[in-house]
Design a protein around this ligand. Sequence first.
Ligand SMILES: Cc1ncc(COP(=O)(O)O)c(C=O)c1O
Length: 448
Amino acid sequence: MAEKDYVQRYRERTPRSRELFERARRVMPGGVSHRYRHIPPYPFFIQEAQGARIRDVDGNEYIDLWMGHFALILGHRHPVVNEALREVAEVGLHWGVVHEYQVRFVELIQETVPCAEKVVLGVSGTEATMYAVRLARAYTGRRTILKAAGGWHGANSELAWYIRRPFEVPESAGLIQEMGRYVRPISFNDLDQTIRTMEEVGEDLAGVIVEPVMGAGGMIPAQPDYLEMLRQETQRRGALLIFDEIVTGYRLTLSGAQGAYGIVPDMATLGKVVGGGANLGVIAGKAEIFELCDPTISRKKGQGVMLGGGTFSSSPLSTIVGYRVVDYLRQHSSELYPRIDSMGERLRRGMEDAFRRHGLEGRTTGRGSLCGAYFPYDPTTRVKNPEEMQTLTDMEKVDHEFRMRLLNHGVFVMHGGGALSEAHTDEDVDRILAAVDAVAEEMATSGR
Ligand SMILES: Cc1ncc(COP(=O)(O)O)c(C=O)c1O
């Protein structure tokens, strides 16, 4: 089959990236260390980044909506981060011993995140969600965790289940099928199905982990009554509610989704924005739960929770950069969040207008500064969860054709959209919308 014109165009623009890809592929599986970073036929290689822009090794410039896996809420190389990095360079990158930077950072997290009576710092979101599940099981003395089908909580063996259809097939070779018995899928935003599953699990329900806006699942926000139901039902059943706020934390509001929805979970995991671009995973929650991993309390082996944190946990790098960025967000929250949210609103509305103008069946998802897009098979479809996204929409179209065509027009998207930052301007939104308009026209005419 002849290669699509937009793929040919991409190849013409990116010869040096292709060379680097061939080199990378010889030494790394598929040339990447994270599967999301493989963009068929090969990813472009970045040369430099500044503000809302990235430039690849062939000199192509893109408005970035991926923003470092949605982590960079201030944009690339923000002065506050650069200053924090200078501070890190003064004191050293890694100590492995406790220090005041850690205390001041955690105090700030506690002040801003409603559920954070106690906080533990780790090195990645994957690790944070794994520990949250372990704490929930230990605290309740129960085994089963419910997670939203299609939800991504990192690749740890506890939660790498029910991400892609068909859900009955394990996500990965090497996962032990029996472990999957103690993780059960629920349909996001489907109150009846979720309550039914809780009933089936009964006394063994340790907790429910859910993203208030499903990021990798398609940027789908929870309906408020869904989260309210989860809060009430978990409480009633003696189970824990865990918000995975790795995408929403410090993004929807200064107090994350907890602030946006007015719901306080028992535990929350944070990552991405909270590290300001440094590697960080945070677990926060009720003090009583965290007593289980308190090393100053003596217990018999097996009665406390082992929480490793990692060699690089609480490093000067993550605690100084994270603190500076969160502190900046606190000082500027009243202007910053309304501004990025209104750009997000304009982006979502403008994209839908562009699709409509060209007769392309396309919709957007998202909330605040988060935006996604999808192409339903049936024009009446409005997806409410990732299962619907995976069955009722053309995922290949959004993840491949739409993204590749937009790259050719100088815009880098993920899941059909991405995350806006303080560095994006109204003009950037105009330029993205102009690119979406051009792409919508190309897609509409190529499909005729
Ligand atoms: C909601 C959510 N949870 C957990 C993770 C895993 O975090 P990390 O990539 O830092 O391990 C991610 C990463 O994309 C995420 O989006």
